[in-house]
Design a protein. Structure first.
Length: 164
């Protein structure tokens, strides 16, 4: 099984470079998030250049380091699963190279049908000790705040209040 090491940061969208073309992401969960749960199952439909693909992802427990398994899913099967899902998130993902890494920068457009205009950046690392350069548009780190996990936001919406 693959292990994902990912750090998350809020984004100052006014400082972002001019973004070119992003991918549209529509995702939902087949397992609701709960404290007893050891994994969540997500379906993501990716739209890019007029084409759509889909992925089924299982993510284990953890915030920065966790197990992740992702497989291709036929688009028609993904669409058939929509009525079984909960927690819809619609966002546009941009990939920005900076230093030796590529950042995934997500512009959240709606969470459970409620419009939002929020930005979050993720960087995947080879180890928890790996150093990386932070672009000027990176804000507070929220890696250790479970409210910023997509699965949590799919239930509770965009986090409010003080960053943990």
């Amino acid at each position: 099984m693959a292990t994902e090491i990912e750090r998350k940061f809020l984004v100052d969208s006014k400082r972002l470079p001019t973004l070119l073309i992003g991918k549209g992401l529509y995702q939902f969960y087949l397992t609701p998030l709960s404290t007893e749960q050891k994994a969540c199952v997500r379906v993501r439909i990716i739209s890019s250049a007029g084409q759509a693909t889909a992925k089924l992802t299982i993510k284990g427990e953890g915030l920065v380091t966790r197990t992740e398994v992702e497989v291709d899913l036929p688009i028609e099967e993904a669409k058939q699963l929509i009525p079984l899902g909960t927690g819809e998130i619609v966002k546009t993902r941009y990939r920005i190279s900076f230093g030796k890494h590529v950042w995934d920068v997500d512009h959240f457009l709606s969470i459970n049908g409620k419009e939002v205009d929020r930005w979050l950046a993720e960087i995947e690392l080879e180890s928890t000790e790996e150093e990386f350069e932070k672009p000027s548009w990176i804000g507070f780190e929220v890696s250790d705040d479970p409210r910023y996990q997509n699965a949590s936001m799919s239930i509770h919406g965009w986090p409010t209040g003080k960053i943990k």
